[in-house]
Design a binder for this molecule. Structure first.
Ligand SMILES: [Zn+2]
Length: 355
Protein backbone atom coordinates (compact mmCIF):
# COMPACT_ATOMS: atom_id res chain seq x y z
CA UNK A 1 0.00 0.00 0.00
CA UNK A 2 1.34 3.44 -0.93
CA UNK A 3 0.84 6.43 1.37
CA UNK A 4 -0.53 9.45 -0.51
CA UNK A 5 1.89 12.47 -0.57
CA UNK A 6 -0.93 14.85 0.52
CA UNK A 7 -1.51 12.71 3.61
CA UNK A 8 2.20 12.91 4.53
CA UNK A 9 2.04 16.71 4.04
CA UNK A 10 -0.94 17.00 6.39
CA UNK A 11 0.54 14.85 9.13
CA UNK A 12 4.20 15.93 9.07
CA UNK A 13 3.52 18.88 11.41
CA UNK A 14 1.83 16.52 13.91
CA UNK A 15 4.73 14.04 13.76
CA UNK A 16 7.37 16.76 14.25
CA UNK A 17 5.33 18.22 17.12
CA UNK A 18 5.13 14.82 18.82
CA UNK A 19 8.91 14.28 18.41
CA UNK A 20 9.62 17.75 19.87
CA UNK A 21 7.37 17.13 22.88
CA UNK A 22 9.11 13.78 23.51
CA UNK A 23 12.51 15.50 23.29
CA UNK A 24 11.30 18.16 25.75
CA UNK A 25 10.35 15.46 28.25
CA UNK A 26 13.71 13.75 27.74
CA UNK A 27 15.79 16.94 28.07
CA UNK A 28 13.77 18.09 31.10
CA UNK A 29 14.68 14.88 32.93
CA UNK A 30 18.33 14.85 31.82
CA UNK A 31 19.76 18.32 32.48
CA UNK A 32 23.42 17.18 32.30
CA UNK A 33 22.78 15.56 28.93
CA UNK A 34 20.99 18.70 27.66
CA UNK A 35 23.98 20.78 28.79
CA UNK A 36 26.47 18.60 26.98
CA UNK A 37 24.60 17.45 23.88
CA UNK A 38 22.33 20.40 23.08
CA UNK A 39 23.73 23.55 24.78
CA UNK A 40 27.39 22.74 24.09
CA UNK A 41 26.97 20.38 21.15
CA UNK A 42 24.19 21.12 18.66
CA UNK A 43 23.08 24.64 19.63
CA UNK A 44 26.39 26.51 19.05
CA UNK A 45 26.45 25.32 15.40
CA UNK A 46 22.80 26.33 14.89
CA UNK A 47 23.52 29.75 16.45
CA UNK A 48 26.64 30.23 14.34
CA UNK A 49 24.89 29.47 11.04
CA UNK A 50 21.76 31.53 11.77
CA UNK A 51 23.68 34.50 13.17
CA UNK A 52 26.05 34.46 10.17
CA UNK A 53 23.01 34.83 7.89
CA UNK A 54 21.18 37.47 9.95
CA UNK A 55 24.37 39.50 10.47
CA UNK A 56 24.21 40.44 6.77
CA UNK A 57 20.81 42.08 7.17
CA UNK A 58 20.63 45.47 8.94
CA UNK A 59 17.01 45.05 10.13
CA UNK A 60 15.41 42.38 12.30
CA UNK A 61 14.56 39.20 10.39
CA UNK A 62 12.75 37.86 13.45
CA UNK A 63 10.43 40.88 13.47
CA UNK A 64 9.74 40.46 9.72
CA UNK A 65 8.92 36.79 10.43
CA UNK A 66 6.42 37.72 13.22
CA UNK A 67 4.71 40.41 11.09
CA UNK A 68 4.43 38.07 8.06
CA UNK A 69 2.92 35.42 10.28
CA UNK A 70 0.26 37.77 11.67
CA UNK A 71 -0.55 39.02 8.15
CA UNK A 72 -1.01 35.45 6.87
CA UNK A 73 -3.34 34.62 9.76
CA UNK A 74 -5.38 37.80 9.18
CA UNK A 75 -5.62 37.21 5.40
CA UNK A 76 -6.76 33.63 6.08
CA UNK A 77 -9.39 34.89 8.51
CA UNK A 78 -10.69 37.40 5.93
CA UNK A 79 -10.93 34.60 3.36
CA UNK A 80 -13.03 32.56 5.81
CA UNK A 81 -15.32 35.55 6.47
CA UNK A 82 -15.77 36.11 2.70
CA UNK A 83 -16.27 32.36 2.13
CA UNK A 84 -13.15 31.96 -0.03
CA UNK A 85 -11.72 29.39 2.40
CA UNK A 86 -13.43 26.69 4.48
CA UNK A 87 -13.18 27.18 8.24
CA UNK A 88 -11.75 23.70 8.89
CA UNK A 89 -8.99 24.32 6.34
CA UNK A 90 -8.13 27.60 8.04
CA UNK A 91 -8.07 25.97 11.49
CA UNK A 92 -5.85 23.19 10.13
CA UNK A 93 -3.52 25.82 8.68
CA UNK A 94 -3.42 27.68 12.05
CA UNK A 95 -2.65 24.44 13.91
CA UNK A 96 0.03 23.33 11.43
CA UNK A 97 1.67 26.78 11.49
CA UNK A 98 1.55 26.88 15.32
CA UNK A 99 3.03 23.38 15.49
CA UNK A 100 5.89 24.26 13.13
CA UNK A 101 6.70 27.45 15.09
CA UNK A 102 6.71 25.43 18.31
CA UNK A 103 9.08 22.85 16.75
CA UNK A 104 11.39 25.53 15.33
CA UNK A 105 11.44 27.49 18.61
CA UNK A 106 12.66 24.50 20.63
CA UNK A 107 15.04 23.07 18.01
CA UNK A 108 16.68 26.43 17.26
CA UNK A 109 17.07 27.62 20.88
CA UNK A 110 14.35 26.58 23.34
CA UNK A 111 15.83 23.25 24.48
CA UNK A 112 18.33 25.41 26.40
CA UNK A 113 15.48 25.88 28.95
CA UNK A 114 16.27 22.40 30.21
CA UNK A 115 20.01 22.81 30.82
CA UNK A 116 21.64 22.80 34.26
CA UNK A 117 20.90 25.89 36.40
CA UNK A 118 23.60 28.57 36.77
CA UNK A 119 24.44 27.67 40.39
CA UNK A 120 25.41 24.20 39.21
CA UNK A 121 27.33 25.43 36.15
CA UNK A 122 29.34 27.94 38.22
CA UNK A 123 29.67 25.60 41.21
CA UNK A 124 28.06 28.20 43.46
CA UNK A 125 26.21 27.13 46.56
CA UNK A 126 23.01 29.00 47.33
CA UNK A 127 23.43 31.13 50.47
CA UNK A 128 20.61 31.39 52.99
CA UNK A 129 18.81 34.67 52.40
CA UNK A 130 19.06 36.92 55.44
CA UNK A 131 19.26 40.69 55.97
CA UNK A 132 22.83 40.83 57.25
CA UNK A 133 24.20 39.01 54.17
CA UNK A 134 22.05 41.16 51.91
CA UNK A 135 23.25 44.40 53.59
CA UNK A 136 26.91 43.43 53.44
CA UNK A 137 26.73 42.79 49.67
CA UNK A 138 24.49 45.87 49.18
CA UNK A 139 27.27 47.99 50.78
CA UNK A 140 29.82 46.50 48.40
CA UNK A 141 27.55 47.25 45.44
CA UNK A 142 27.18 50.89 46.61
CA UNK A 143 30.94 51.18 47.03
CA UNK A 144 31.70 49.78 43.56
CA UNK A 145 29.00 51.95 41.93
CA UNK A 146 30.44 55.08 43.60
CA UNK A 147 33.97 54.22 42.50
CA UNK A 148 33.00 53.32 38.94
CA UNK A 149 30.89 56.46 38.39
CA UNK A 150 31.47 57.73 34.82
CA UNK A 151 29.60 60.50 33.05
CA UNK A 152 27.48 59.58 30.00
CA UNK A 153 29.68 62.03 28.06
CA UNK A 154 32.26 59.23 27.97
CA UNK A 155 29.92 56.67 26.43
CA UNK A 156 30.17 55.61 22.82
CA UNK A 157 28.04 52.65 21.71
CA UNK A 158 30.51 51.02 19.32
CA UNK A 159 33.37 51.20 21.82
CA UNK A 160 30.99 49.75 24.41
CA UNK A 161 30.11 46.80 22.15
CA UNK A 162 33.79 46.03 21.52
CA UNK A 163 34.44 46.14 25.28
CA UNK A 164 31.51 43.77 25.94
CA UNK A 165 32.80 41.26 23.41
CA UNK A 166 36.30 41.43 24.91
CA UNK A 167 34.84 40.83 28.34
CA UNK A 168 32.73 37.91 27.07
CA UNK A 169 35.84 36.27 25.61
CA UNK A 170 37.84 36.82 28.81
CA UNK A 171 35.06 35.33 30.95
CA UNK A 172 34.30 32.47 28.53
CA UNK A 173 35.86 29.72 30.65
CA UNK A 174 34.19 30.75 33.93
CA UNK A 175 30.81 31.27 32.28
CA UNK A 176 31.05 27.90 30.47
CA UNK A 177 30.42 29.52 27.11
CA UNK A 178 30.53 27.47 23.92
CA UNK A 179 33.90 27.47 22.14
CA UNK A 180 32.36 28.76 18.93
CA UNK A 181 30.52 31.99 19.68
CA UNK A 182 27.78 33.21 17.30
CA UNK A 183 28.16 36.51 15.47
CA UNK A 184 26.17 39.48 16.66
CA UNK A 185 25.31 43.10 16.15
CA UNK A 186 22.49 44.42 18.32
CA UNK A 187 19.56 45.46 16.13
CA UNK A 188 16.88 47.91 17.16
CA UNK A 189 13.46 46.54 18.11
CA UNK A 190 11.25 47.37 15.08
CA UNK A 191 8.33 48.61 17.20
CA UNK A 192 10.47 50.28 19.85
CA UNK A 193 7.73 52.82 20.79
CA UNK A 194 5.27 50.07 21.68
CA UNK A 195 7.84 48.00 23.56
CA UNK A 196 9.11 51.06 25.44
CA UNK A 197 5.53 51.58 26.69
CA UNK A 198 5.67 48.01 28.03
CA UNK A 199 9.17 48.78 29.44
CA UNK A 200 10.63 45.95 27.39
CA UNK A 201 14.25 46.97 26.94
CA UNK A 202 15.28 44.22 24.54
CA UNK A 203 14.65 40.67 23.42
CA UNK A 204 16.34 37.80 21.70
CA UNK A 205 14.93 36.46 18.43
CA UNK A 206 15.46 32.68 18.36
CA UNK A 207 14.35 32.10 14.75
CA UNK A 208 17.24 34.08 13.24
CA UNK A 209 19.46 34.21 16.34
CA UNK A 210 19.26 38.00 16.64
CA UNK A 211 19.85 40.37 19.55
CA UNK A 212 17.40 43.28 19.78
CA UNK A 213 17.63 46.36 21.96
CA UNK A 214 15.05 49.09 22.30
CA UNK A 215 16.10 52.28 20.48
CA UNK A 216 14.90 54.36 23.47
CA UNK A 217 17.35 52.85 25.97
CA UNK A 218 19.25 55.36 28.08
CA UNK A 219 23.06 55.36 27.83
CA UNK A 220 23.17 53.62 31.26
CA UNK A 221 20.99 50.79 29.95
CA UNK A 222 22.74 50.09 26.64
CA UNK A 223 25.85 48.09 27.77
CA UNK A 224 24.09 45.96 30.39
CA UNK A 225 20.99 45.27 28.27
CA UNK A 226 23.16 44.36 25.26
CA UNK A 227 25.24 41.99 27.43
CA UNK A 228 22.00 40.48 28.81
CA UNK A 229 20.62 39.81 25.31
CA UNK A 230 23.99 38.46 24.14
CA UNK A 231 23.83 35.87 26.93
CA UNK A 232 20.44 34.67 25.60
CA UNK A 233 22.14 34.24 22.22
CA UNK A 234 24.81 32.13 23.96
CA UNK A 235 22.13 29.75 25.23
CA UNK A 236 21.12 31.31 28.56
CA UNK A 237 17.35 31.18 28.94
CA UNK A 238 16.57 32.18 32.53
CA UNK A 239 16.09 35.93 33.00
CA UNK A 240 17.90 35.93 36.37
CA UNK A 241 20.89 34.21 34.78
CA UNK A 242 20.88 36.50 31.72
CA UNK A 243 20.85 39.53 34.04
CA UNK A 244 23.70 38.00 36.04
CA UNK A 245 25.72 37.51 32.82
CA UNK A 246 24.88 41.12 31.86
CA UNK A 247 26.18 42.34 35.23
CA UNK A 248 29.31 40.18 35.43
CA UNK A 249 30.33 40.98 31.83
CA UNK A 250 29.96 44.73 32.41
CA UNK A 251 31.67 44.95 35.82
CA UNK A 252 34.64 42.93 34.52
CA UNK A 253 35.07 45.16 31.48
CA UNK A 254 38.04 47.52 31.25
CA UNK A 255 35.82 50.24 29.69
CA UNK A 256 34.83 52.59 32.57
CA UNK A 257 31.30 53.43 31.39
CA UNK A 258 30.49 49.77 30.68
CA UNK A 259 31.62 48.91 34.20
CA UNK A 260 29.47 51.70 35.65
CA UNK A 261 26.44 50.50 33.65
CA UNK A 262 26.79 47.04 35.30
CA UNK A 263 27.12 48.42 38.83
CA UNK A 264 24.24 50.86 38.38
CA UNK A 265 22.06 48.01 37.16
CA UNK A 266 22.91 45.91 40.24
CA UNK A 267 22.37 48.89 42.56
CA UNK A 268 18.89 49.43 41.14
CA UNK A 269 17.94 45.81 41.92
CA UNK A 270 19.34 46.03 45.44
CA UNK A 271 17.48 49.29 46.06
CA UNK A 272 14.27 47.65 44.88
CA UNK A 273 14.75 44.63 47.13
CA UNK A 274 15.77 46.67 50.18
CA UNK A 275 12.39 48.34 50.71
CA UNK A 276 11.76 46.36 53.92
CA UNK A 277 15.08 47.31 55.57
CA UNK A 278 15.09 49.69 58.54
CA UNK A 279 18.58 50.86 57.64
CA UNK A 280 17.67 51.62 54.01
CA UNK A 281 17.77 55.42 54.41
CA UNK A 282 21.23 55.19 55.98
CA UNK A 283 22.48 53.00 53.14
CA UNK A 284 21.07 55.35 50.50
CA UNK A 285 23.00 58.25 52.09
CA UNK A 286 26.22 56.42 51.18
CA UNK A 287 25.43 56.63 47.46
CA UNK A 288 27.39 59.32 45.62
CA UNK A 289 25.15 62.30 44.61
CA UNK A 290 26.02 61.97 40.88
CA UNK A 291 24.91 58.32 41.00
CA UNK A 292 21.64 59.30 42.71
CA UNK A 293 21.04 61.85 39.94
CA UNK A 294 21.67 59.21 37.27
CA UNK A 295 19.23 56.76 38.90
CA UNK A 296 16.58 59.51 39.13
CA UNK A 297 17.07 60.47 35.45
CA UNK A 298 16.90 56.84 34.37
CA UNK A 299 13.68 56.24 36.34
CA UNK A 300 12.17 59.48 35.02
CA UNK A 301 12.95 58.38 31.47
CA UNK A 302 11.12 55.05 31.88
CA UNK A 303 8.21 56.61 33.81
CA UNK A 304 7.72 58.90 30.82
CA UNK A 305 7.56 55.94 28.43
CA UNK A 306 5.62 53.47 30.55
CA UNK A 307 1.96 52.86 29.77
CA UNK A 308 0.48 51.07 32.80
CA UNK A 309 -2.06 48.99 30.82
CA UNK A 310 0.42 47.84 28.15
CA UNK A 311 3.08 47.15 30.81
CA UNK A 312 0.68 45.03 32.91
CA UNK A 313 -0.55 43.08 29.87
CA UNK A 314 3.05 42.47 28.67
CA UNK A 315 4.06 41.34 32.17
CA UNK A 316 1.19 38.83 32.29
CA UNK A 317 2.13 37.41 28.87
CA UNK A 318 5.81 37.20 29.87
CA UNK A 319 4.89 35.56 33.20
CA UNK A 320 2.82 32.87 31.47
CA UNK A 321 5.54 32.36 28.84
CA UNK A 322 8.31 31.89 31.44
CA UNK A 323 6.19 29.56 33.61
CA UNK A 324 5.39 27.39 30.57
CA UNK A 325 9.13 27.15 29.88
CA UNK A 326 10.49 25.55 33.02
CA UNK A 327 10.95 28.90 34.91
CA UNK A 328 8.63 28.30 37.85
CA UNK A 329 9.18 31.80 39.31
CA UNK A 330 7.70 33.37 36.14
CA UNK A 331 8.32 37.11 35.95
CA UNK A 332 9.80 37.11 39.50
CA UNK A 333 12.76 35.31 37.90
CA UNK A 334 14.11 38.77 36.97
CA UNK A 335 14.74 39.47 40.68
CA UNK A 336 16.73 36.22 41.06
CA UNK A 337 19.77 38.15 39.80
CA UNK A 338 20.24 39.56 43.33
CA UNK A 339 20.63 36.04 44.75
CA UNK A 340 23.20 35.20 42.05
CA UNK A 341 25.17 38.44 42.69
CA UNK A 342 25.14 37.74 46.45
CA UNK A 343 26.31 34.14 46.03
CA UNK A 344 28.99 35.11 43.51
CA UNK A 345 30.25 37.99 45.69
CA UNK A 346 30.41 35.80 48.81
CA UNK A 347 32.16 32.95 47.03
CA UNK A 348 34.31 34.66 44.40
CA UNK A 349 37.39 34.59 46.61
CA UNK A 350 36.98 30.82 46.60
CA UNK A 351 36.84 30.88 42.82
CA UNK A 352 39.43 33.55 42.00
CA UNK A 353 41.39 33.89 45.22
CA UNK A 354 41.52 37.16 47.21
CA UNK A 355 41.30 40.46 45.25
ZN1 LIG B 1 16.07 38.51 28.88
Amino acid sequence: MQVKPSYIKKTIAFILLAVTVLLQVFFKNNAAYTEEVYSHGIYPSIAYVLSSVSAWVPFSLDDVFYVTLVLFLLIGLCMVVFRKLKLWKYLLFVFQTGAMIYVLFYCLWGFNYYREPAHQRFQLSQSVANDSVFISVFKQVIDHTNKSYTSTAFFERETGNIALEKSYRQMAAYLHLPRRMPRWSAKYVTFSDFFAKATILGYFGPFFNEIHINRYLTAWDIPVVTAHERSHQLGVTSEAEASFYGWIICVNSDEPFVQYSGWLYALDYFLYQSKHLETRAELIKQIRPEVVEDIKSQHKHWRHWRNAEIDKAASKVNDAYLKSNNIKEGIDDYNGVVQLIIDYTLQKTLIYGAD
